[in-house]
Design a protein around this ligand. Structure first.
Ligand code: NAD
Ligand code: FES
Length: 280
């Protein structure tokens, strides 16, 4: 059993858990993820490791309540336990000194770009970060990203905080200012990663993305997480999650992410009905 030691609400529907998981903490590296189950009947949920503390034996995850299982996860509290965690899974992010790096986090994707940003800075890169959210209330990890980067720019779609616009507007501004960029690392909704990739391609800038396909086993056996990269099938869980953006078939990934939307909707309805009955 894996005990939740701390719970924080970062924004509406976005929560952080610090969990006792010493064996995972001992080996985790930036970019890797876990698959967790709430109980023996639970769905397997893949989540990126946000932070790990080896000496304390803990890992932290950040999740958004978007489906039945993440809603149920969000009801757990400090002291509760998860039945299963496997990990660390996936290839760690390749961290090396390349010069000037722009890291981009869209919405909850900011939780995934944070450890990568920190490591890139520790590797002596000059790191400019851009984080974006739909609105001020949904913005997460501002202080953490500020500390992890040399400079941070913030956008909101509605202009309620930072610059009014999308993360790609800010990236375009940086490119137009003419500074040399050696690497872009973008993580967020697939549509955002596609937009960053398209923009970067116009300027011949190398871009990495972390893909979030639907997963089941997380260990390369079920084929559920398959994506097409440069015309070849790759499994996000074992070949990724990081891929060079150029060559990723983002449209196919978006279509595959929608496969179970009806089932998910039904599952949420049933869960809400059950919860209503349980709470009288
Ligand atoms: P969102 O829809 O609120 O978008 C966040 C930001 O992304 C926006 O503020 C905007 O700046 C940018 N963006 C969105 N659409 C864009 C477009 N068409 N062009 C340019 N920029 C655009 O994001 P959310 O609701 O927080 O959703 C987070 C998403 O991130 C979910 O889809 C989730 O699956 C995904 N996610 C991905 C990973 C990963 O590893 N890639 C990890 C966690 C979450
Ligand atoms: Fe099953 Fe990747 S999740 S192969």
């Amino acid at each position: 059993m894996f005990k939740i030691l701390a719970k924080k609400i970062l924004a509406s529907g976005i929560k952080l858990f610090e969990i006792e998981a010493p064996l995972v903490a001992r080996k985790a590296l930036p970019g890797q993820f876990i698959v967790l189950k709430i109980d023996e009947y639970g769905e397997r949920i893949p989540l990126t490791i946000y932070e790990y503390t080896r000496d304390k034996g803990t890992i932290s995850i950040i999740f958004q309540e978007v489906g039945k299982s993440t809603m149920q996860l969000g009801t757990l509290n400090e002291g509760d336990c998860l039945s299963d965690i496997i990990g660390p899974l996936g290839c760690p992010t390749k961290i090396e000194k390349v010069g000037r790096v722009v890291t981009i986090g869209g919405g909850v994707g900011t939780a995934v770009i944070y450890p990568i940003t920190r490591s890139l800075k520790e590797a002596n890169n000059r790191v400019t970060s851009i984080i974006g959210a739909r609105t001020r209330e949904l913005l997460i990890l501002k202080e953490e990203m500020e500390k992890a980067s040399d400079e941070l720019f913030i956008t909101t779609d509605d202009g309620s905080y930072g610059r009014h616009g999308l993360v790609t507007d800010e990236l375009k501004r940086l490119i137009d200012e003419g500074e040399k960029i050696d690497l872009i690392f973008a993580i967020g909704p697939v549509i955002m990663m596609k937009a960053v990739s398209n923009l970067a391609k116009q300027y011949n800038l190398k871009t990495m993305v972390s893909l979030n396909s639907i997963m089941v086993d997380g260990t390369g056996m079920c084929g559920c997480c398959r994506v097409t990269v440069k015309g070849r099938t790759k499994f996000v869980c074992v070949d990724g999650p990081d891929f060079e953006a150029e060559g990723v078939d983002f449209d196919e990934l978006m279509n595959r992410q929608r496969i179970y939307l009806n089932e998910e909707r039904l599952s949420i309805e049933r869960y809400r009905e059950r919860e209503c009955r349980r709470n009288g």
